[in-house]
Structures are given as structure tokens and as C-alpha cells.
Design a protein around this ligand. Sequence first.
Ligand SMILES: [Zn+2]
Length: 383
Amino acid sequence: MTVSEGTTGRVAGRALRPSAKVLPEQARGHNRALVLQTLHGAGRQSRADLARRTGLTRVTVSDLVAELMADGLVVELGHRESTGRGKPAILLEIDRGAFQIIGLDLSAYSVFRGAVLDLGGRLLSRSEVALDGSVGGEATAKVVALVETLIGQATAPILGIGVGSPGVVDDAGTVLDAPNLGWEHEELRKTLSQRFSLPAVVVNDANAAVLAEHSFGDAVGDMMLVKVGHGVGAGLLLGGVQFFGGRFAAGEIGHVVVGTDGLRCNCGKSGCLETWLATPRLDAALGAATTSAAREAVLREAGVRLALALAPIVSVLDLAEIVLSGPAEYLAGALTDAAVETLGDLTLARFRGTPAVRMTTLGDDIVLRGAAAMVLSEQLGFS
Ligand SMILES: [Zn+2]
């Protein structure tokens, strides 16, 4: 099959889902991805169904299906029940077990988590390694060791390695800056692809999460995903395209100052969004709250500060949906309610309605699944 080694981790601004046929000179790879995307999105289809949905000719579809079957990516499922006229059609499906993907989430504070996933984004097995304060080269060695363990757990050929990392990650999969891991200009994609001779992709954890929501979650359209953990970051998906920014730092909202009455932040400023919303800050504030009313006040305050940071973004981009990822016991409930109320107060809700704020349905595996989705998108052209 055609698995590219790829010189860059991802292509900024590329549409994630092929949706229409294109000119002949670009056609084959695109049409192949279009057939896979259609099978991925719409489920079991006959060749005639695929031709109708994609706008490709039946001859082209048959040809592409033959190629995808030879690659082991598509299987025939037998005949659809006959409707009485003519020969019953043979249904096709993506063989989600044909290949496996190694996914890594480096965003947790004390542990690197990893999983083997199938092509449908389902977790097949897990492994993790304690960080024990490792930074720099030691942290990189733990990433390599974790991938090695996971490759040992895989039971099918591996399509690629996907990694969601904290910090700013460029389009070559180099972690430009991740202070908690002591990484500066860490060429993680290069290290992994060379060490394991597999395609690798490294993205910021919030960008991996937003892709997971797009591919496997309930996202409907333009969306901002706010990921709350040791820090606070966000991923943006606009018009079906992930938005990374010219310096790869789009969505870094954690250090936006949202009040002059805030605590000192790790970055040196005071009153950053993180000082109200990051998990360690919430742990501390909730730990000091002695009554349930005081606890609720802490959570509502965090929700208000989140809305202060989000209101201009929501207004500029006309966003209809904000998805939250992080500890549900903190984020769902009073915090979300306060954020929605404040967004309503601060934006032109009368005209377009208050944007929905909701928890992701993907839980704690969102970054692992997003890392896998990034490999699917890179290697097979669908997500
Ligand atoms: Zn800060």
C-alpha cells in the first residue's frame, strides 16, 4: 500500500475530509481518500452507492475498490438483501482491523499514556510510563520506550505513530517549547520515525483533541475545544480545517489575562486564565473552600473567567460550539453554567444565540484518539 514517510508532520490548512471530485492530475490519491471517507462516514456501501455519493463513475469506483481491497483496507461483506430486481449488490466496508495505530498522550502531569488503536479509533490495548520528573532527553527516552512497548502489543501491521504533546509544536512535528517536559526544539517526529521506521506525527495535545472530537465525537461544525489540565489550551476547527496559526501557537489561551485581581502565574504575569482554571489551581482553591457554597463559588468564578477569555473569540469567529475536555467533576455543572451565562451577557446573544458549551463525550482518551485520527488523516486521507 502507499504509506508515505512524509517529511512534515502535517500540512497546515489542508481540509481534513475530502468532499468532492477534483481534476484528473490530482485525482487518484484524492479519489481513493474520497472513497475511504465515504465508507468511514456513511458505513457499508455497494460500489453503486459509492459512485452515487462521490460523483465518481462506476468504473473508477470499481478500480479504486480493487486497489483498496488489494491493500487490505476494504473488504466485501456479502450481498445486500435483494429487493427483487436484478442481482443483489455486494456491500463494502473498511477493514478496521487491517492496520493498527500507536497513539500517545504526553499531556498528563505525571505519566505518559499510550494505546494501540484500530482504524476506527477504538482502543485495543494500553500502556503507560511514569514520568517521575523526567525532563529533556530522559523524557524523550521514556516516549521511545513507551512506543516500543506498544509496538510489542500490536497484532496487525502498524500504520503510524501519533503523538499529542503539551506545548507549541510546529508542522514538522518538532516540539518548539514544552516547559513542563524541559523540551526546546525537540525533534520528536524525526526521532520516532527514524527509530521505528514508521510514519510519525506529533501535534499539540489540544489540536489532537479537537481532531478527535471532529472524527469520533459529536462535533457539528466550527468548534473550539478548550482542554483543561495542568495548563489550559485550545484547538480550533473552522470550515472543516484545523487552524494552527502562522507560528503554531493558535489556541494558546491559558496565558490571556482575564482580571487584575488574579494570582501570580508560572509565566510571570498575574491573572492569567490558567490561574483560575488549570486543574492544580482548581485543586488548591477547592481544597481551601470549606462549604459547598464556597466550592460552587470557586467553580462559577472559573467559568466566568473562561467566558471572559472566550467572548471575543466567539464573537470574531461566530462560533456556535465550545467543547470542554478535562476533569468533568470540575468542568461540568456550575462552571459550565456560569460560562454560558457570562457568554450570553458579553456577546450579541440576541442575534445569534448563546454558543453551546458542553463536555466532550470522548472522556480521558480524547488525545490518544486524536493522535490516531491524525495518523489516519495523514496516511489514508480520511478522518
Ligand atoms: Zn500566565
